[in-house]
Design a protein around this ligand. Sequence first.
Ligand SMILES: [Mg+2]
Length: 363
Amino acid sequence: MTAAPTIERVTVSTYRFPAPHPESDGTLTWDATTAVAAEVHAGNVEGLGWTYSGTAAAAVIVDNLTPAIRGRDTFDIEGAWSAMHRACRNLGTKGLVMQAISAVDIALWDLKARLLAVPVTTLFGQVRDRVPIYGSGGFTSSTDTEIAQDVAAWRAAGCRSMKIKIGKAFGSDVEWDVRRAALLREIAGPDIELMVDANGAYTCGQAKRVGEELADLGLRWFEEPVSSDDKAGLADLRGAVTADVAAGEYISDTYDAQALAPVVSCLQLDATRCGGYTGFLRGCAIAAAHNLDVSGHCAPSLHAPVAAAVPRVRHVEWFTDHVRLEPLLVDGAPTVSGGTLEVTSRRPGHGMTLAAGAADYRL
Ligand SMILES: [Mg+2]
């Protein structure tokens, strides 16, 4: 076997996709989503990865990650991952830094597969051709009409599970939250799996009372009922409510996954935050050791190929903002039908490249 080519350079580009109007969940309001894309080059081949982060993540890729991996073997992704992690010791290796590492790690997997002329799923292994999704959006800033529009879009995509935001204004209007969940049940119908996300807005006592009320609606999934930092609170909730308690979207590494796994009913992982495909697969191993399913957080296009490789992935989040912007950012995003993302493409890598039109959104 000939030697693998070496990593020559990384190009970084940042894009800002405005929301139609400001959007809120229980604890945050935003008016745009920023995507930071990394392309890793070896010869005339390049691999693409991206993360949803801030412009500072682009600086980390340029200043810290690129020097750490330039000249390394393109096939040694674990080695490159470790080199990036070591290079950022003094910056801190979680949060924004790990989002930057995630973008490059995904690009490295894509590059390796393209160099071998195989789909990235061939490198991971593939246990399924279709990855289940759930509809997600339903902001606390949305009108009732907009909730109905969300449900219609999710129904059209074939979603059997649907999730909205509650915990409005840091959990200060619990009656509104319960009414909103009841509205979702009314619009979506009795057969849909009902899911809510409080984004850490509640105290533990509040969350228990909301969980009890929503049990009457058949609530199946209660995400971040309290802050993900409150491990004791999550453990308390998991023992108290009938819905599955879910958290994990802020996991950066195996230590974070190990800390959350014992206190949730389903572990969420975000490949754009937890160390790319390398970190996602590590997190899945930790979940499996705790007898837990995994759910992919946001970034549905990027999660589809890696979710196809993991036996206990329950679903991937079909999140309104990302569903809107991913086809603007890239060509080749996987298609949705029957409540699933199709992972049957034989294109090399993950099959996605930056769209020419993305230039309109570039910062
Ligand atoms: Mg969430």
